[in-house]
Design a protein around this ligand. Structure first.
Ligand SMILES: N[C@@H](CCC(=O)N[C@@H](CS)C(=O)NCC(=O)O)C(=O)O
Length: 331
């Protein structure tokens, strides 16, 4: 009984903490990848940008009123989970696939999905391969500590294809190995392949094969056991999605505070007490969209037609436009 009470108390202390810690510190510590163009990459002045970076910025805007109050902690595939567990970061915003085993074994909770992805394969065009089924005997470069290796084991054994994996800890080591011809194939999430391809000389020499062999629902994750922080981060994601559905953008958010429809105003924090219940400023959703824009704007800016990657929105369209991106209503 005493043991249970101690564990319970320890649990509640940990649960109350993250939002207060972030507010007291005046800074969000956000775990990101080490340099994947479009998702999270520093420029030559050390300024980070990308789709995953904007999610960190959105959470900082919601919780601290400013998107700039973020410390980015670059993490390899292997380091990312321990950094979250140990409290080194408050949030993981880093191309991480939501799986049952990660949700149960690693002391973390995924707040939702912000990019529906799948595993794909890239080869040099001149080897003449048109399908993954033709990869018998190939060597495949990838990263350790990812979902990628298990997916390949399942897929290649089901299709009776022999292959050899060469796994690296860092994305830049992997792309270098592929570029230097150490392996015939590079396999990871399709979005990351489109990004990594741009770092190669003459990207058009490389093709991404048509097969997508897995589901990779990528999303932000927090440490398990802090419901308030979980809800803050989850609803920041939903707010970005809902803003797109309601037609609220970075540009028009301020004027809609006055002139918006009832639904837009409610979302922006007028006549809506939800922010207070989350421990945030009533206008947290407004702060978020005014700082980084809505989900669609962020996607297009970093990954879509306004970006170098030019990825089609595909499954990442809103639910009412043929995609899977969906947020529960405000009320
Ligand atoms: N979604 C997969 C793969 C994620 C992943 O980390 N992929 C590599 C592909 S480039 C990456 O982002 N590396 C970035 C880095 O090491 O900083 C997972 O969660 O296991």
């Amino acid at each position: 009984m005493a043991l249970f009470a101690t564990a319970f108390l320890a649990g509640t202390t940990a649960q109350a903490a993250t939002l207060d810690v972030v507010k007291q510190r005046g800074e969000l510590r956000c775990g990101v990848s080490q340099g994947v163009l479009g998702f999270s990459a520093p420029d030559d002045k050390g300024e980070w940008s990308g789709f995953d970076i904007d999610f960190c910025r959105a959470v900082a805007a919601a919780t601290l009123g400013s998107p700039d109050k973020v410390k980015y902690v670059p993490l390899s595939t292997k380091e990312r989970f321990t950094a979250l567990q140990s409290g080194e970061v408050d949030l993981l915003s880093r191309q991480t696939t939501w799986t049952l085993s990660r949700d149960t074994d690693l002391g973390m909770s995924f707040v939702g999905v912000n990019y529906y992805d799948g595993q794909a394969f890239m080869v040099r065009g001149d080897i003449g391969v048109k399908s993954v089924k033709e990869l018998s005997g190939a060597s495949v470069c990838t990263e350790t500590g990812t979902t990628t290796e298990q997916n390949m084991a399942d897929y290649f054994s089901a299709n009776k294809i022999e292959y050899q994996v060469i796994a690296f800890e860092k994305a830049d080591q992997t792309i270098q190995a592929f570029n230097s011809g150490r392996c015939d194939v590079y396999s990871t999430d399709a979005s990351a392949l489109y990004s990594q391809r741009l770092t190669l000389n003459d990207p058009d020499r490389f093709v991404v094969l048509p097969e997508v062999i897995s589901k990779e629902p990528l999303g932000p994750a927090v440490r398990q056991g802090d419901d308030q922080w979980f809800k803050v981060v989850r609803w920041t994601l939903f707010a970005m999605i809902e803003a797109e559905e309601l037609g609220i953008t970075r540009e028009n958010a301020a004027s809609l505070l006055e002139s918006g429809t009832a639904a837009q105003k409610r979302f922006l924090g007028i006549d809506n007490e939800a922010g207070k219940a989350l421990g945030l400023d009533p206008k947290w959703a407004y702060q978020t969209v005014a700082a980084v824009g809505n989900y669609g704007e962020i996607f297009e800016r970093h990954l879509g037609k306004e970006s170098a990657l030019r990825i089609d929105r595909g499954l990442n369209k809103l639910w009412n436009n043929g995609g899977l991106i969906y947020a529960p209503p405000v009320r």
